[in-house]
Design a protein around this ligand. Structure first.
Ligand SMILES: C[S@@+](CC[C@H](N)C(=O)[O-])C[C@H]1O[C@@H](n2cnc3c(N)ncnc32)[C@H](O)[C@@H]1O
Length: 208
């Protein structure tokens, strides 16, 4: 067992399935042209995003999370998704395996070192010229007041270290401050949920 949080796993889909539905669909639409490609959801939680992809004909899907409880739910989908119970900052995957790595709502909740390690690991396992698709929060002049209040409330309820990390992520310019420009190039950027959520697609820049 790597990590267990039964309660969170049980309430995650009942609470977040509907609010996240339009985001899941938007992510799928971005990925339609990669249907035949190898796609990993890093920190996949209950596997909700990949289930949607699987239902729409994506075939090479990998789901990785550190929580047994989240993955127990992911396994119920009974699809061909390959499931891994591992730490996303040091996976067992070989270099340059995936065409696309998704990291969805998984960066903001971690401390700075873990955030950086997660992105570094994604870089390592993405193929030359492959893509990283990140879904996460942003608070800036395009974020509505309502969006800020709702997201801050949700993160406040999560509490503890999660909330401290969220506040620090927001104060430190979020994803922008974590992406190294010589490693990833931003190729597409969408905003949703009252301007508080972004879907960012980065292309890997191979170092050699
Ligand atoms: C907020 S949930 C997001 C889940 C999913 N990606 C989504 O969009 O709904 C964050 C997930 O990250 C997982 N997680 C946290 N630290 C991790 C780590 N070091 N390695 C792998 N998964 C991790 C948690 O278990 C949790 O399932």
């Amino acid at each position: 067992m790597k990590s267990n949080n039964n309660l969170m796993a049980k309430i995650y889909d009942p609470i977040f399935y509907l609010p996240l539905k339009s985001i899941r669909i938007a992510v799928m639409n971005e990925l339609l042209k990669y249907k035949e490609k190898v796609i990993l959801d890093l920190c996949c939680g209950t596997g909700n995003q990949l289930n949607l992809l699987s239902k729409h004909g994506f075939r090479n899907l990998y789901c990785l999370d550190i929580s047994d409880s989240m993955l127990e739910i992911a396994k119920r989908s009974n699809s061909s998704i390959k499931i891994y119970n591992e730490d996303a900052t040091k996976t067992s995957f070989k270099n340059k395996l995936f065409d696309v790595v998704i990291i969805s709502f998984a960066i903001h909740e971690k401390n700075r070192n873990t955030q950086q390690a997660l992105i570094d690991e994604a870089y390592r396992i993405i193929k030359k010229d492959g893509f990283m698709l990140v879904v996460d929060y942003v608070f800036d002049d395009k974020t509505t007041k309502f969006g800020r209040i709702v997201i801050s409330m949700i993160e406040g309820i999560a509490g503890g270290e999660h909330y401290i990390n969220f506040k620090s992520y927001i104060q430190n310019d979020g994803l922008l401050s974590l992406i190294e420009k010589d490693k990833f190039k931003l190729v597409k950027y969408n905003r949703m949920s009252f301007g508080a959520v972004t879907i960012s697609i980065y292309q890997k820049i191979p170092l050699f």
